[in-house]
Ligand binder design. Structure first.
Ligand SMILES: Cc1cc2nc3c(=O)[nH]c(=O)nc-3n(C[C@H](O)[C@H](O)[C@H](O)COP(=O)(O)OP(=O)(O)OC[C@H]3O[C@@H](n4cnc5c(N)ncnc54)[C@H](O)[C@@H]3O)c2cc1C
Length: 380
């Protein structure tokens, strides 16, 4: 099966360069970073140096000026070799999206070149301790002060917190409705901005997560992204792109698990032959390959719709839902095909299975994706 089928010559060229980088540089060291719970900052910088930290964004701000599909295909390839590194690209993209799509010229010029060069790392802060799926009920507050905003409150479960320099923070500037939310850019190191302890998670160990703590943090007025009260719209628009990114990461992770299982099944002997010769396992592998291919086509198709300027929002939810469920099923089956070895940390598939679980939760749980798709069906 040609995984690059349907990509243009230019897109194939970028994907091949990434495949080479992953095989030689990043893939072999992935397990070590995960074991040490260490964020691969230098590898991220290298990706930035290769022009991969801002692939679909305007060249005027240091972006790559390439298609969104190119970005997604790159994410898949990175996730196949080192999941947390792909996640870093995806979250980074999500954080920059708001400024690129809604920010003033001054904000774009100030922040985007550093982000797209991979010098600065971005984080996206929407969730709070008491508002997850119901994100519009957030409480973190920004009040007008000295021509800017005084930020007070906290944000929970924030990927890259502590490591990132750039934070896109959704805060309440008005009434309790979604229109009372605004988006602000906050920099690491500003007075009144601190971090909680490093969270201990089931997986994604090389991807740091902490709480953001704001105690009267003064944010300059010009760091408001878009208009006052536009923050929730900005957050949701970012999530549409982000969901496609999570879908592409899911496919890359599932592909890695599938390749590991296929390789193992060809090697492992029981009852005098390679276990791949048993029809029971062939059927499992056939289902895994089919589901991965279907998930790939879903996210790539939605990516093409986005590149053509079409409405891809429902397609993004469908791709995120199907691809992350596929990653969960495929990684679980990959462990099963490895038998007892699959349960051992010596083999990568148990980590893949732990990594897959969070994909069904982030950027809108899969229940929320079904809700989004269902509402669209009811409206039609
Ligand atoms: C590894 C990881 C990284 C993350 N990174 C970030 C980040 O960088 N930035 C950020 O802002 N957030 C981040 N999050 C937070 C993530 O977006 C939330 O965890 C997610 O949106 C779910 O919110 P919750 O955890 O509060 O669960 P809840 O919303 O409390 O949901 C609990 C359960 O109820 C279900 N549920 C809720 N409402 C409904 C409904 N209407 N219908 C049916 N079922 C429903 C959910 O599907 C879920 O099963 C991260 C989370 C994780 C685990």
């Amino acid at each position: 099966m040609d995984r690059d089928f349907g990509l243009s010559e230019d897109q194939r060229e970028v994907v091949l360069a990434v495949r080479e980088f992953m095989a030689e540089r990043a893939g072999p060291v992935a397990a070590g970073f995960e074991e040490r719970h260490e964020f691969p900052r230098d590898l991220f910088r290298e990706l930035g140096g290769m022009g991969l930290a801002g692939i679909p964004y305007d060249e005027a701000y240091g972006g790559g000026g390439q298609t969104f599909l190119t970005y997604l295909a790159v994410l898949e390839e990175v996730a196949r070799g080192f999941f947390s590194l792909a996640l870093a690209l995806s979250v980074h993209h999500l954080s920059a999206f708001g400024v690129h799509a809604f920010g003033s010229e001054e904000l774009k010029r100030r922040y985007l070149p550093r982000l797209f060069a991979g010098e600065w790392l971005g984080a996206y802060a929407l969730s709070e301790a008491s508002s997850g799926s119901d994100a519009a009920s957030l409480r973190c507050k920004a009040e007008r002060s000295d021509g800017g905003w005084l930020l007070t409150g906290s944000k929970r479960f924030i990927t890259h917190a502590g490591q990132a320099e750039f934070y896109l923070v959704m805060a309440r500037t008005g009434d309790g409705s979604p229109k009372g939310i605004s988006a602000l850019v906050v920099e690491k190191g500003w007075d009144g901005f601190d971090f909680g302890k490093l969270e201990s998670k089931m997986g994604w160990s090389a991807s740091p997560m902490r709480e953001l703590l704001f105690e009267g943090c003064q944010v300059p007025g010009e760091n408001l992204v878009g208009a006052e009260g536009q923050g929730f719209t900005i957050a949701l628009a970012g999530l549409d792109c982000g969901r496609l990114g999570i879908a592409a990461c899911s496919v890359g992770l599932a592909q890695a698990a599938f390749e590991a299982a296929l390789g193992f099944a060809k090697e492992r002997q029981q009852f005098g032959k390679a276990i791949i010769e048993f029809e029971g396992l062939q059927f499992m592998l056939a289902d895994m390959a089919t589901q991965i291919e279907a998930a790939r086509r879903l996210y790539r198709d939605a990516g093409r719709v986005r590149d053509a300027g079409g409405d891809y929002s429902t397609g993004a939810s469908m791709a995120k839902l199907f691809a992350s469920d596929t990653a969960m099923r495929v990684t679980t089956d990959a462990v099963q095909i490895h038998g007892g070895y699959g349960y051992m940390q010596e083999y990568p598939v148990e980590r893949f299975m732990r990594e897959a679980k969070a994909l069904q939760i982030v950027e809108g749980t899969n229940q929320i994706q079904r809700m989004v798709i269902g509402r669209r069906l009811a409206e039609a």
